[in-house]
Write a protein that binds this ligand. Structure first.
Ligand code: F0G
Length: 436
């Protein structure tokens, strides 16, 4: 299978060898993507092969990414694969959340079940495997937390040095702790994510680091597997909508690429519509997609949201995400801090739980149902991107009525579940429990 890198810009499309360690087109500066000369005749067997691999105990087939390797055939030698058995994340039906959103049914694809607790593992297994193939010794990323946790784990598993750059004070403690425990060199800067990413992209070559942000096209290849696994789990019945949060917009680009390629290869006959939801204080993509044709894309210079994972004002992949939203007749929505906080508590009450950024998915679905964009009987899959335990501080504040917006405004804890201090006197305890 011939694979190569190609410039994403439709006007340029310059090709590069798959082993060239670059992240942007040398001619026009656009992002790159991995592309393949597919052999279409063979795809007829893929679904069956993928299903059978679930019964196989080899690491490659146990991975919910590499099991689908025919759809991401950029790595000729599987000895280079670094896997922690990522993917394999469940589809969970959530009637409680469906009722809240005004839908007949709602299914979540919960990426928080990954080895480091977020969807980043799907991409990182591919990014780090490519780093091994290229003989790289040091990998690096800028992160709002999850990418760094994931990269730290995969780099250590591969015996590579991990260097991570973080916006000081603006990542959750759970994620920072993961990076430390997995052994990454952790550098905190007094700038926001966008500023640090621009800086690190500038110095990557001189500093001899292999960048594993979502500008890295192999990250996107791995995250494509979220779409493939979802359809495999749905017995290839395409949902009407797939909705997810948007920050740097790598994930929506990746899932979109996955659905488009599956359609082009004849594995599905139609596309789901993609919904991307941004937090209102960090919503340049929402603003752009809602503005009149011909408007320029305007980054948000001081993005704010309590959903720190998506506190991003200048998303690098907005053109890729725009292409996906347009081709799937998708939409972009925004959600307030209050909407995200309540949606998150509702997902918790469904027995599922997620981190704040992930709850933007449900907050956005609610709005799109209210606006009549998503109909009550639509088949909707919401992607939950991160695990509940990523940000326990946020949860505690919500349930104790002390959660404040970045501007200092107290949020309503509409579904608060306060811990209670009680007496240890047995009679008083019995009385309390009987009175419930
Ligand atoms: N949800 C979570 C939990 C995230 O960590 C991120 C991004 C997103 C959604 C948005 O995905 O950027 O592909 O649009 N986190 C990155 C990080 C930026 O550094 O961990 P996106």
């Amino acid at each position: 299978m011939n694979s190569y890198l190609v410039c994403f810009s439709p006007e340029c499309r310059t090709k590069y060898p798959i082993t060239e360690p670059i992240y942007e087109c040398k001619k026009c500066g656009s992002l790159l993507e991995a592309a393949y000369d597919w052999n279409a005749e063979k795809t007829a067997t893929w679904k069956q092969v993928w299903r059978e691999r679930r019964l196989d105990n080899s690491p490659l087939n146990q991975s919910g990414v590499w099991r689908y390797r025919e759809a991401l055939p950029f790595l000729p030698d599987t000895d280079h694969v670094v896997t922690l058995r990522e993917g394999n994340t469940p589809l969970l039906s959530a009637p409680h959340a469906a009722r809240y959103a005004g839908l007949d049914s709602l299914t979540f694809k919960h990426q928080g079940f990954n080895p480091t607790g977020s969807f980043k593992d799907n991409g990182m297994t591919c990014g780090v495997s490519q780093a091994v193939r290229l003989g790289k010794k040091r990998v690096a990323c800028v992160s709002t937390g999850n990418t760094s946790a994931s990269m730290a784990a995969y780099a250590s598993a591969a015996g590579l040095q991990a260097i991570i750059f973080l916006p000081h004070g603006n990542i959750s403690f759970g994620k920072l702790s993961q990076a430390l425990e997995y052994g990454a060199l952790t550098l905190q800067l007094e700038q926001n994510f966008d500023q640090i990413l621009a800086l690190v992209r500038r110095i990557a070559e001189a500093a001899d680091i292999y960048l594993l942000n979502s500008v890295n096209p192999f990250r996107i290849e791995g995250q494509k597997a979220i779409a493939i696994e979802m359809l495999d789990q749905l017995d290839w019945q395409v949902p009407d909508w797939v909705v997810m949060p948007g920050g740097n917009l790598g994930n929506s680009s990746a899932l979109g690429k996955g659905f488009l390629e599956l359609r082009n290869l004849g594995l599905i006959d139609r596309l789901p519509r993609i919904g991307v939801v941004q937090a209102i204080g960090s919503a340049p993509f929402y603003e752009y997609m809602s503005s009149p044709d011909g408007s320029a894309f305007r980054p948000v210079s001081s993005p704010e949201t309590l959903a720190t994972a998506i506190r991003i004002g200048d998303p690098v992949s907005w053109q890729k995400a725009m292409s996906v939203v347009r081709q799937t007749e998708g939409v972009v929505e925004s959600a307030t801090e209050q909407e995200i906080a309540d949606a998150k508590a509702v997902i918790g009450r469904a027995g599922i739980g997620c981190e704040p950024a992930s709850a933007a998915t449900l907050a956005g679905i609610c709005k799109l149902v209210r606006k009549g964009v998503i109909t009550r009987n639509a088949k909707v899959v919401g992607v939950l991107t991160g695990n509940l335990l990523k940000d326990p501080d946020y949860i505690y504040r919500y349930h104790t009525n002390t959660l404040k917006t970045p501007g200092g405004e107290l949020l309503q804890s509409n579904f608060a579940n306060q811990p209670k201090l009680v007496s240890s006197n047995p009679d008083e305890l019995i009385e309390l429990l009987r009175a419930l």
